[in-house]
Design a protein. Structure first.
Length: 104
């Protein structure tokens, strides 16, 4: 996977987790940025390894209820995992069908 495409996907995942998943509620606070960076890398890795939406759900659920020790919101986690998965797949498809911008 090209670096530019991977960076675009990682940014999408990181922003989605920070703005919409945000299980500890730090998005609109003075908390330093990139609180969920490690989880973004893990979730993106699941997709790159051809994991399913359910695999992404499991990844985020483990982070939320295991690593963070929260009760969790399974429905929200499932919705975010679907959005994350679909968004990354859409970015990858769009980039793979985009005209090559290299000049001879």
């Amino acid at each position: 996977m090209a670096r530019k495409l991977a960076a675009k996907c990682r940014m999408y995942v990181r922003e989605l987790l920070e703005k919409e998943w945000d299980p500890i509620g730090v998005h609109n606070s003075d908390w330093p940025g990139d609180e969920y960076g490690e989880y973004a890398i893990e979730a993106f890795g699941v997709i790159l390894r051809h994991g399913s939406v359910e695999d992404v759900v499991d990844c985020l659920w483990q982070a939320e209820t295991g690593a963070m020790g929260l009760n969790g919101d399974r429905g929200k986690t499932e919705m975010i995992a679907r959005k994350l998965y679909d968004g990354v797949v859409a970015i990858m498809k769009a980039e793979s069908t985009a005209p090559n911008d290299q000049t001879p």
